[in-house]
Ligand binder design. Structure first.
Ligand code: G6P
Length: 482
Protein backbone atom coordinates (compact mmCIF):
# COMPACT_ATOMS: atom_id res chain seq x y z
CA UNK A 1 0.00 0.00 0.00
CA UNK A 2 1.51 3.33 -1.08
CA UNK A 3 1.22 5.99 1.57
CA UNK A 4 1.29 9.78 1.41
CA UNK A 5 2.21 12.49 3.85
CA UNK A 6 -0.82 14.57 2.79
CA UNK A 7 -4.22 12.92 2.38
CA UNK A 8 -7.37 14.74 1.36
CA UNK A 9 -10.69 13.06 2.12
CA UNK A 10 -13.77 14.37 0.33
CA UNK A 11 -17.05 12.71 -0.57
CA UNK A 12 -16.36 13.12 -4.27
CA UNK A 13 -13.21 12.47 -6.21
CA UNK A 14 -12.47 15.28 -8.66
CA UNK A 15 -13.48 13.18 -11.67
CA UNK A 16 -16.67 11.48 -12.72
CA UNK A 17 -16.73 7.75 -13.33
CA UNK A 18 -16.42 7.84 -17.13
CA UNK A 19 -13.05 6.59 -18.22
CA UNK A 20 -12.08 7.45 -21.81
CA UNK A 21 -12.69 4.67 -24.40
CA UNK A 22 -8.98 3.75 -24.42
CA UNK A 23 -9.19 3.18 -20.66
CA UNK A 24 -7.28 6.36 -19.83
CA UNK A 25 -8.56 8.55 -17.06
CA UNK A 26 -10.37 11.46 -18.67
CA UNK A 27 -10.46 14.49 -16.41
CA UNK A 28 -13.88 15.97 -16.01
CA UNK A 29 -14.29 18.15 -13.00
CA UNK A 30 -17.01 16.93 -10.65
CA UNK A 31 -19.83 19.38 -9.99
CA UNK A 32 -19.54 21.89 -7.17
CA UNK A 33 -17.03 24.35 -5.88
CA UNK A 34 -15.30 21.89 -3.58
CA UNK A 35 -14.01 19.57 -6.30
CA UNK A 36 -12.92 22.48 -8.48
CA UNK A 37 -11.10 24.26 -5.69
CA UNK A 38 -9.19 21.24 -4.43
CA UNK A 39 -8.47 19.90 -7.88
CA UNK A 40 -6.76 23.16 -8.80
CA UNK A 41 -4.18 22.79 -6.07
CA UNK A 42 -3.80 19.05 -5.65
CA UNK A 43 -3.03 17.85 -9.12
CA UNK A 44 0.52 19.10 -8.75
CA UNK A 45 0.93 17.82 -5.20
CA UNK A 46 2.10 14.37 -4.09
CA UNK A 47 -1.06 13.84 -2.07
CA UNK A 48 -3.67 11.08 -2.03
CA UNK A 49 -7.31 12.04 -2.55
CA UNK A 50 -9.74 9.60 -0.93
CA UNK A 51 -13.30 9.82 -2.23
CA UNK A 52 -16.27 8.42 -4.11
CA UNK A 53 -16.07 8.09 -7.90
CA UNK A 54 -19.74 8.87 -8.51
CA UNK A 55 -20.93 5.30 -9.20
CA UNK A 56 -22.39 2.52 -7.06
CA UNK A 57 -20.66 -0.72 -6.17
CA UNK A 58 -17.03 -1.82 -6.00
CA UNK A 59 -14.38 0.88 -6.12
CA UNK A 60 -12.31 0.99 -9.31
CA UNK A 61 -8.53 1.23 -9.29
CA UNK A 62 -7.79 4.69 -10.54
CA UNK A 63 -4.57 5.83 -12.19
CA UNK A 64 -2.44 8.57 -10.67
CA UNK A 65 -2.89 12.06 -12.04
CA UNK A 66 0.59 13.48 -12.18
CA UNK A 67 1.91 13.25 -8.64
CA UNK A 68 -1.61 13.00 -7.16
CA UNK A 69 -2.98 9.57 -6.23
CA UNK A 70 -6.66 8.70 -6.16
CA UNK A 71 -8.19 6.19 -3.80
CA UNK A 72 -11.85 5.34 -4.48
CA UNK A 73 -14.16 4.37 -1.62
CA UNK A 74 -16.90 1.89 -2.62
CA UNK A 75 -20.51 2.83 -1.83
CA UNK A 76 -23.48 0.57 -2.58
CA UNK A 77 -26.80 1.70 -4.01
CA UNK A 78 -28.51 1.31 -0.62
CA UNK A 79 -25.75 3.22 1.12
CA UNK A 80 -25.98 6.04 -1.40
CA UNK A 81 -29.61 6.37 -0.54
CA UNK A 82 -29.09 6.59 3.26
CA UNK A 83 -25.75 8.38 3.34
CA UNK A 84 -25.58 10.69 0.30
CA UNK A 85 -29.17 11.30 -0.79
CA UNK A 86 -30.47 10.88 2.76
CA UNK A 87 -28.53 12.16 5.74
CA UNK A 88 -26.03 14.34 3.84
CA UNK A 89 -28.33 15.91 1.27
CA UNK A 90 -31.81 15.70 2.74
CA UNK A 91 -30.99 16.33 6.41
CA UNK A 92 -27.74 18.29 6.72
CA UNK A 93 -27.79 20.20 3.41
CA UNK A 94 -31.17 21.91 3.94
CA UNK A 95 -30.58 22.40 7.68
CA UNK A 96 -27.19 24.04 7.10
CA UNK A 97 -28.70 26.31 4.44
CA UNK A 98 -31.07 28.05 6.84
CA UNK A 99 -33.70 25.34 6.34
CA UNK A 100 -34.83 27.07 3.13
CA UNK A 101 -36.30 23.61 2.48
CA UNK A 102 -37.52 21.51 5.40
CA UNK A 103 -34.77 19.11 6.57
CA UNK A 104 -35.89 15.48 6.71
CA UNK A 105 -35.05 13.61 9.92
CA UNK A 106 -35.21 9.94 9.00
CA UNK A 107 -33.94 7.64 11.75
CA UNK A 108 -33.02 4.95 9.23
CA UNK A 109 -30.28 7.07 7.60
CA UNK A 110 -28.02 7.60 10.58
CA UNK A 111 -26.45 4.13 10.77
CA UNK A 112 -25.58 4.25 7.07
CA UNK A 113 -24.07 7.73 7.42
CA UNK A 114 -21.96 6.45 10.28
CA UNK A 115 -20.79 3.27 8.55
CA UNK A 116 -19.89 5.09 5.32
CA UNK A 117 -17.98 7.69 7.35
CA UNK A 118 -16.11 4.81 8.99
CA UNK A 119 -15.16 3.43 5.57
CA UNK A 120 -13.74 6.81 4.54
CA UNK A 121 -11.82 6.99 7.84
CA UNK A 122 -10.39 3.50 7.33
CA UNK A 123 -9.33 4.27 3.77
CA UNK A 124 -7.61 7.46 4.94
CA UNK A 125 -5.90 5.58 7.77
CA UNK A 126 -4.51 3.09 5.25
CA UNK A 127 -3.01 5.59 2.85
CA UNK A 128 -1.60 8.04 5.43
CA UNK A 129 2.06 7.57 6.26
CA UNK A 130 3.17 7.88 9.91
CA UNK A 131 2.66 11.43 11.16
CA UNK A 132 0.85 12.47 7.94
CA UNK A 133 -1.67 15.27 7.67
CA UNK A 134 -5.22 14.31 6.67
CA UNK A 135 -7.55 17.05 5.50
CA UNK A 136 -11.23 16.06 5.68
CA UNK A 137 -13.77 18.04 3.64
CA UNK A 138 -17.41 18.98 4.10
CA UNK A 139 -20.65 17.90 5.70
CA UNK A 140 -20.73 14.39 4.22
CA UNK A 141 -17.84 13.40 6.47
CA UNK A 142 -18.54 15.01 9.84
CA UNK A 143 -17.65 11.87 11.79
CA UNK A 144 -14.36 11.11 10.04
CA UNK A 145 -12.03 13.29 12.18
CA UNK A 146 -12.93 11.57 15.46
CA UNK A 147 -12.95 8.09 13.87
CA UNK A 148 -9.58 8.72 12.29
CA UNK A 149 -8.08 9.95 15.54
CA UNK A 150 -9.12 6.70 17.18
CA UNK A 151 -7.60 4.64 14.37
CA UNK A 152 -4.45 6.72 13.97
CA UNK A 153 -3.58 9.00 16.91
CA UNK A 154 -0.29 9.90 15.19
CA UNK A 155 -2.01 11.92 12.44
CA UNK A 156 -2.50 15.65 12.15
CA UNK A 157 -6.16 16.04 11.25
CA UNK A 158 -7.88 19.00 9.59
CA UNK A 159 -11.55 19.50 8.75
CA UNK A 160 -12.99 22.14 6.44
CA UNK A 161 -16.70 22.84 5.99
CA UNK A 162 -17.50 24.30 2.55
CA UNK A 163 -21.12 25.04 3.39
CA UNK A 164 -22.44 27.40 6.09
CA UNK A 165 -22.53 26.14 9.66
CA UNK A 166 -26.01 27.01 10.92
CA UNK A 167 -26.98 29.13 13.92
CA UNK A 168 -27.24 27.09 17.16
CA UNK A 169 -31.04 27.16 17.22
CA UNK A 170 -31.14 25.33 13.87
CA UNK A 171 -28.33 22.88 14.68
CA UNK A 172 -30.12 22.03 17.93
CA UNK A 173 -32.93 20.47 15.86
CA UNK A 174 -30.63 17.67 14.72
CA UNK A 175 -31.40 14.37 16.42
CA UNK A 176 -27.68 13.39 16.23
CA UNK A 177 -26.27 16.79 17.13
CA UNK A 178 -23.87 15.58 19.85
CA UNK A 179 -22.30 12.86 17.71
CA UNK A 180 -21.87 15.23 14.76
CA UNK A 181 -20.25 17.93 16.81
CA UNK A 182 -17.93 15.49 18.55
CA UNK A 183 -17.04 13.86 15.25
CA UNK A 184 -15.97 17.15 13.69
CA UNK A 185 -14.10 18.27 16.80
CA UNK A 186 -11.91 15.18 16.49
CA UNK A 187 -9.83 17.41 14.18
CA UNK A 188 -6.89 19.56 15.26
CA UNK A 189 -8.13 22.46 13.13
CA UNK A 190 -11.72 23.05 12.01
CA UNK A 191 -12.04 25.61 9.22
CA UNK A 192 -15.09 27.47 7.96
CA UNK A 193 -15.90 29.98 5.24
CA UNK A 194 -17.00 32.71 7.67
CA UNK A 195 -16.06 33.67 11.26
CA UNK A 196 -19.72 33.43 12.31
CA UNK A 197 -19.56 29.66 11.84
CA UNK A 198 -16.70 29.33 14.34
CA UNK A 199 -18.72 31.42 16.76
CA UNK A 200 -21.75 29.13 16.33
CA UNK A 201 -19.64 26.03 16.92
CA UNK A 202 -18.06 27.54 20.05
CA UNK A 203 -21.52 28.19 21.51
CA UNK A 204 -22.67 24.66 20.70
CA UNK A 205 -19.52 23.02 22.08
CA UNK A 206 -20.07 24.86 25.34
CA UNK A 207 -23.75 23.99 25.52
CA UNK A 208 -23.77 20.43 24.24
CA UNK A 209 -20.34 19.13 25.23
CA UNK A 210 -19.50 21.25 28.26
CA UNK A 211 -16.32 22.39 26.49
CA UNK A 212 -14.48 25.62 27.21
CA UNK A 213 -14.69 27.46 23.95
CA UNK A 214 -13.83 30.75 22.28
CA UNK A 215 -14.18 31.61 18.60
CA UNK A 216 -10.60 30.37 17.99
CA UNK A 217 -10.12 27.45 20.38
CA UNK A 218 -12.18 24.69 21.91
CA UNK A 219 -10.83 22.75 24.90
CA UNK A 220 -12.36 19.29 24.85
CA UNK A 221 -11.31 15.99 26.45
CA UNK A 222 -7.86 17.36 27.30
CA UNK A 223 -7.20 18.46 23.69
CA UNK A 224 -7.27 21.84 22.02
CA UNK A 225 -9.19 22.13 18.75
CA UNK A 226 -8.44 25.28 16.84
CA UNK A 227 -11.15 26.88 14.70
CA UNK A 228 -11.19 29.74 12.21
CA UNK A 229 -12.38 31.21 8.93
CA UNK A 230 -10.55 30.45 5.66
CA UNK A 231 -12.68 31.72 2.76
CA UNK A 232 -12.21 29.42 -0.21
CA UNK A 233 -11.43 30.86 -3.62
CA UNK A 234 -10.84 30.04 -7.28
CA UNK A 235 -7.95 29.42 -9.60
CA UNK A 236 -7.79 33.06 -10.68
CA UNK A 237 -4.92 32.52 -13.14
CA UNK A 238 -6.78 29.69 -14.88
CA UNK A 239 -9.92 31.77 -15.36
CA UNK A 240 -7.94 34.79 -16.56
CA UNK A 241 -5.99 32.66 -19.02
CA UNK A 242 -9.18 31.04 -20.32
CA UNK A 243 -10.93 34.36 -20.70
CA UNK A 244 -7.98 35.78 -22.66
CA UNK A 245 -7.76 32.85 -25.11
CA UNK A 246 -8.46 34.10 -28.64
CA UNK A 247 -11.01 31.35 -29.33
CA UNK A 248 -12.86 32.25 -26.12
CA UNK A 249 -12.89 35.94 -27.00
CA UNK A 250 -14.24 35.09 -30.46
CA UNK A 251 -16.82 32.79 -28.93
CA UNK A 252 -17.94 35.54 -26.55
CA UNK A 253 -18.52 37.88 -29.51
CA UNK A 254 -20.43 35.14 -31.29
CA UNK A 255 -22.62 34.48 -28.26
CA UNK A 256 -23.34 38.15 -27.93
CA UNK A 257 -24.32 38.34 -31.58
CA UNK A 258 -26.51 35.24 -31.21
CA UNK A 259 -28.31 36.87 -28.31
CA UNK A 260 -29.10 39.78 -30.60
CA UNK A 261 -27.29 43.04 -29.80
CA UNK A 262 -27.80 45.61 -28.39
CA UNK A 263 -29.62 43.69 -25.71
CA UNK A 264 -28.51 43.80 -22.12
CA UNK A 265 -27.62 40.35 -20.96
CA UNK A 266 -28.41 39.13 -17.46
CA UNK A 267 -26.55 35.89 -16.74
CA UNK A 268 -26.93 33.31 -13.97
CA UNK A 269 -25.01 30.06 -13.59
CA UNK A 270 -25.99 27.66 -10.82
CA UNK A 271 -26.05 24.03 -9.85
CA UNK A 272 -29.76 23.26 -10.01
CA UNK A 273 -30.37 23.53 -6.27
CA UNK A 274 -33.13 25.07 -4.13
CA UNK A 275 -30.54 27.06 -2.18
CA UNK A 276 -29.58 29.05 -5.27
CA UNK A 277 -32.66 31.27 -5.36
CA UNK A 278 -33.42 30.52 -9.03
CA UNK A 279 -37.17 30.78 -8.59
CA UNK A 280 -36.98 34.14 -6.78
CA UNK A 281 -34.78 35.45 -9.58
CA UNK A 282 -37.16 34.29 -12.30
CA UNK A 283 -40.04 35.94 -10.44
CA UNK A 284 -38.13 39.22 -10.27
CA UNK A 285 -37.30 39.16 -13.96
CA UNK A 286 -40.78 38.13 -14.98
CA UNK A 287 -42.32 40.98 -12.94
CA UNK A 288 -39.92 43.48 -14.50
CA UNK A 289 -41.17 42.33 -17.91
CA UNK A 290 -44.80 42.40 -16.78
CA UNK A 291 -44.43 45.91 -15.36
CA UNK A 292 -42.80 47.11 -18.57
CA UNK A 293 -39.64 48.12 -16.70
CA UNK A 294 -37.58 45.96 -19.05
CA UNK A 295 -38.41 44.76 -22.55
CA UNK A 296 -37.37 41.60 -24.33
CA UNK A 297 -36.28 43.81 -27.23
CA UNK A 298 -33.35 45.14 -25.21
CA UNK A 299 -32.91 42.79 -22.27
CA UNK A 300 -32.42 39.07 -22.17
CA UNK A 301 -31.76 36.59 -19.39
CA UNK A 302 -29.48 33.58 -19.73
CA UNK A 303 -30.00 31.00 -17.00
CA UNK A 304 -27.55 28.11 -16.98
CA UNK A 305 -28.32 25.32 -14.55
CA UNK A 306 -26.06 22.34 -14.08
CA UNK A 307 -28.01 19.16 -13.31
CA UNK A 308 -27.46 18.07 -9.71
CA UNK A 309 -28.59 15.34 -7.27
CA UNK A 310 -31.35 14.26 -9.62
CA UNK A 311 -31.99 11.05 -7.66
CA UNK A 312 -33.53 13.23 -4.93
CA UNK A 313 -37.21 14.03 -5.46
CA UNK A 314 -36.95 17.65 -4.36
CA UNK A 315 -34.32 18.35 -6.95
CA UNK A 316 -36.45 16.81 -9.69
CA UNK A 317 -39.46 18.79 -8.49
CA UNK A 318 -37.44 22.00 -8.47
CA UNK A 319 -36.32 21.36 -12.04
CA UNK A 320 -39.91 20.78 -13.03
CA UNK A 321 -41.01 24.06 -11.41
CA UNK A 322 -38.17 26.06 -12.96
CA UNK A 323 -38.86 24.67 -16.40
CA UNK A 324 -42.57 25.45 -16.01
CA UNK A 325 -41.77 29.01 -15.00
CA UNK A 326 -39.28 29.53 -17.83
CA UNK A 327 -41.89 28.21 -20.25
CA UNK A 328 -44.49 30.58 -18.80
CA UNK A 329 -42.21 33.62 -19.03
CA UNK A 330 -41.23 32.82 -22.60
CA UNK A 331 -44.83 32.10 -23.52
CA UNK A 332 -46.04 35.43 -22.15
CA UNK A 333 -43.14 37.72 -22.99
CA UNK A 334 -41.05 36.09 -25.74
CA UNK A 335 -41.33 36.81 -29.43
CA UNK A 336 -40.55 34.63 -32.40
CA UNK A 337 -36.78 34.14 -32.36
CA UNK A 338 -36.51 36.21 -29.16
CA UNK A 339 -37.09 34.23 -25.97
CA UNK A 340 -37.06 36.24 -22.74
CA UNK A 341 -35.10 33.54 -20.91
CA UNK A 342 -32.44 31.39 -22.54
CA UNK A 343 -32.47 28.33 -20.30
CA UNK A 344 -29.69 25.75 -20.55
CA UNK A 345 -29.81 22.72 -18.25
CA UNK A 346 -26.54 20.93 -18.98
CA UNK A 347 -22.96 20.58 -17.79
CA UNK A 348 -20.83 23.41 -19.17
CA UNK A 349 -17.37 23.34 -20.61
CA UNK A 350 -15.15 25.85 -18.82
CA UNK A 351 -14.11 27.65 -21.98
CA UNK A 352 -17.76 28.14 -22.94
CA UNK A 353 -18.42 29.40 -19.44
CA UNK A 354 -15.54 31.89 -19.67
CA UNK A 355 -17.05 33.14 -22.94
CA UNK A 356 -20.49 33.45 -21.38
CA UNK A 357 -19.09 35.46 -18.45
CA UNK A 358 -17.76 37.93 -20.99
CA UNK A 359 -21.14 38.38 -22.65
CA UNK A 360 -22.89 39.34 -19.42
CA UNK A 361 -23.78 42.93 -18.61
CA UNK A 362 -25.13 41.83 -15.26
CA UNK A 363 -24.10 38.62 -13.52
CA UNK A 364 -26.90 37.67 -11.15
CA UNK A 365 -25.78 35.46 -8.25
CA UNK A 366 -28.61 35.41 -5.74
CA UNK A 367 -28.56 32.28 -3.57
CA UNK A 368 -30.82 32.20 -0.53
CA UNK A 369 -27.82 30.83 1.36
CA UNK A 370 -24.41 29.75 0.10
CA UNK A 371 -21.18 28.86 1.89
CA UNK A 372 -19.12 30.92 -0.57
CA UNK A 373 -20.27 30.84 -4.26
CA UNK A 374 -17.34 30.58 -6.61
CA UNK A 375 -19.31 31.60 -9.71
CA UNK A 376 -19.32 35.17 -8.42
CA UNK A 377 -15.53 35.07 -8.11
CA UNK A 378 -15.11 33.45 -11.53
CA UNK A 379 -17.15 36.17 -13.20
CA UNK A 380 -14.97 38.88 -11.67
CA UNK A 381 -11.78 37.06 -12.68
CA UNK A 382 -13.02 36.60 -16.26
CA UNK A 383 -13.59 40.35 -16.79
CA UNK A 384 -10.20 41.82 -17.56
CA UNK A 385 -12.16 44.56 -19.34
CA UNK A 386 -13.55 45.71 -15.97
CA UNK A 387 -16.99 45.93 -17.56
CA UNK A 388 -20.09 44.22 -16.23
CA UNK A 389 -21.92 44.36 -12.92
CA UNK A 390 -22.23 41.72 -10.25
CA UNK A 391 -25.52 41.43 -8.36
CA UNK A 392 -24.77 39.28 -5.34
CA UNK A 393 -26.84 37.88 -2.50
CA UNK A 394 -25.98 39.07 1.00
CA UNK A 395 -26.36 35.44 2.01
CA UNK A 396 -23.45 34.13 -0.05
CA UNK A 397 -20.12 33.89 1.79
CA UNK A 398 -18.55 35.75 -1.15
CA UNK A 399 -20.48 38.93 -0.22
CA UNK A 400 -18.03 39.63 2.60
CA UNK A 401 -15.14 39.72 0.13
CA UNK A 402 -16.77 41.43 -2.85
CA UNK A 403 -18.18 44.74 -1.62
CA UNK A 404 -18.02 46.10 -5.16
CA UNK A 405 -21.02 43.94 -5.98
CA UNK A 406 -24.60 45.22 -5.85
CA UNK A 407 -25.59 43.38 -2.69
CA UNK A 408 -29.17 42.29 -2.28
CA UNK A 409 -31.50 40.25 -0.08
CA UNK A 410 -32.94 37.78 -2.62
CA UNK A 411 -36.01 37.08 -0.48
CA UNK A 412 -37.04 40.72 -1.01
CA UNK A 413 -38.23 40.42 -4.60
CA UNK A 414 -39.12 44.13 -4.91
CA UNK A 415 -35.64 45.13 -3.84
CA UNK A 416 -34.16 42.47 -6.10
CA UNK A 417 -36.01 44.01 -9.05
CA UNK A 418 -34.74 47.49 -8.17
CA UNK A 419 -31.20 46.18 -7.75
CA UNK A 420 -31.27 44.48 -11.14
CA UNK A 421 -32.34 47.76 -12.73
CA UNK A 422 -29.75 49.72 -10.78
CA UNK A 423 -27.01 47.35 -11.99
CA UNK A 424 -28.29 47.47 -15.59
CA UNK A 425 -28.30 51.26 -15.61
CA UNK A 426 -25.08 51.84 -13.66
CA UNK A 427 -22.49 54.28 -14.92
CA UNK A 428 -19.69 52.35 -16.71
CA UNK A 429 -17.02 54.30 -14.80
CA UNK A 430 -18.58 53.26 -11.49
CA UNK A 431 -18.75 49.63 -12.66
CA UNK A 432 -15.12 49.69 -13.76
CA UNK A 433 -14.01 50.95 -10.36
CA UNK A 434 -16.03 48.26 -8.59
CA UNK A 435 -14.75 45.46 -10.81
CA UNK A 436 -11.12 46.60 -10.60
CA UNK A 437 -11.26 46.63 -6.81
CA UNK A 438 -12.78 43.14 -6.70
CA UNK A 439 -10.21 41.79 -9.18
CA UNK A 440 -7.41 43.23 -7.06
CA UNK A 441 -8.77 41.41 -4.05
CA UNK A 442 -9.01 38.10 -5.92
CA UNK A 443 -5.47 38.33 -7.26
CA UNK A 444 -4.17 38.16 -3.69
CA UNK A 445 -6.86 35.75 -2.45
CA UNK A 446 -6.83 32.83 -4.84
CA UNK A 447 -7.16 29.11 -4.27
CA UNK A 448 -3.50 28.56 -3.45
CA UNK A 449 -3.69 31.33 -0.87
CA UNK A 450 -6.63 29.56 0.74
CA UNK A 451 -4.85 26.21 0.95
CA UNK A 452 -1.64 27.84 2.15
CA UNK A 453 -3.43 29.73 4.93
CA UNK A 454 -5.25 26.60 6.07
CA UNK A 455 -2.32 24.19 5.93
CA UNK A 456 0.08 26.62 7.60
CA UNK A 457 -2.37 27.08 10.44
CA UNK A 458 -2.75 23.30 10.65
CA UNK A 459 0.93 22.36 10.90
CA UNK A 460 2.51 25.67 12.05
CA UNK A 461 5.67 24.81 10.14
CA UNK A 462 4.91 25.60 6.51
CA UNK A 463 6.04 22.05 5.63
CA UNK A 464 2.62 21.12 4.17
CA UNK A 465 2.18 24.40 2.34
CA UNK A 466 5.59 23.96 0.71
CA UNK A 467 4.03 21.30 -1.55
CA UNK A 468 1.55 23.72 -3.02
CA UNK A 469 2.20 25.19 -6.45
CA UNK A 470 3.16 28.90 -6.44
CA UNK A 471 0.17 29.36 -8.74
CA UNK A 472 -2.12 26.57 -9.91
CA UNK A 473 -1.00 25.07 -13.21
CA UNK A 474 -2.65 24.68 -16.62
CA UNK A 475 -5.16 21.89 -16.92
CA UNK A 476 -7.16 19.99 -19.49
CA UNK A 477 -10.69 21.04 -20.34
CA UNK A 478 -13.21 19.99 -17.74
CA UNK A 479 -16.86 20.32 -17.13
CA UNK A 480 -18.36 23.16 -15.28
CA UNK A 481 -18.25 23.38 -11.50
CA UNK A 482 -20.83 25.41 -9.65
C1 G6P B 1 -21.47 21.80 -2.76
C2 G6P B 1 -20.85 20.97 -1.64
C3 G6P B 1 -19.84 19.98 -2.20
C4 G6P B 1 -20.48 19.17 -3.31
C5 G6P B 1 -21.06 20.07 -4.38
C6 G6P B 1 -21.74 19.32 -5.51
O1 G6P B 1 -20.53 22.65 -3.30
O2 G6P B 1 -20.25 21.81 -0.68
O3 G6P B 1 -19.40 19.12 -1.18
O4 G6P B 1 -19.54 18.28 -3.88
O5 G6P B 1 -21.99 20.95 -3.78
O6 G6P B 1 -22.72 18.48 -5.03
P1 G6P B 1 -22.66 16.91 -5.25
O7 G6P B 1 -23.78 16.40 -4.41
O8 G6P B 1 -22.88 16.72 -6.72
O9 G6P B 1 -21.32 16.41 -4.83
Amino acid sequence: MRQSSLVVVANRLPLDDNAAPDGACEWRRSPGGLAGALHAILEQTPATWVGWNGGAGPAPDLPDVGPMRLRAVPISVDELSGYYEGFANSTLWPLYHDAVEQPVFDRGWWETYRSVNRRFAEAAAEVAEPGAAVWVQDYHLHLVPEMLRQLRPDLLIGFFLHVPFPPPELFMQLPRRVELLRGMLGADLVGFQRPQAAHNVAQLATKLLGAQATDDEIHLDGRVVRTGAFPVSIDVAEMQALAARPDVVTRARQLRADLGPPKRVLLSVDRLDYTKGIEHRLTAYSELLRDGRVRVRNTVMVQVTVPSREQIGRYRQLRHRIEGEVGRINGEHGRVGEPAVHYLNQPFDRAELAALYQTADVMVVTPLRDGMNLVAKEFVAAREDDAGALVLSEFAGAAAELPGAFLVNPHDVDRLKDTLLEAMDADPADLAARMAAMRRHLRTHDIVGWARAYLTTLDHTGRLAAWLPPVPGPRRARHQPV
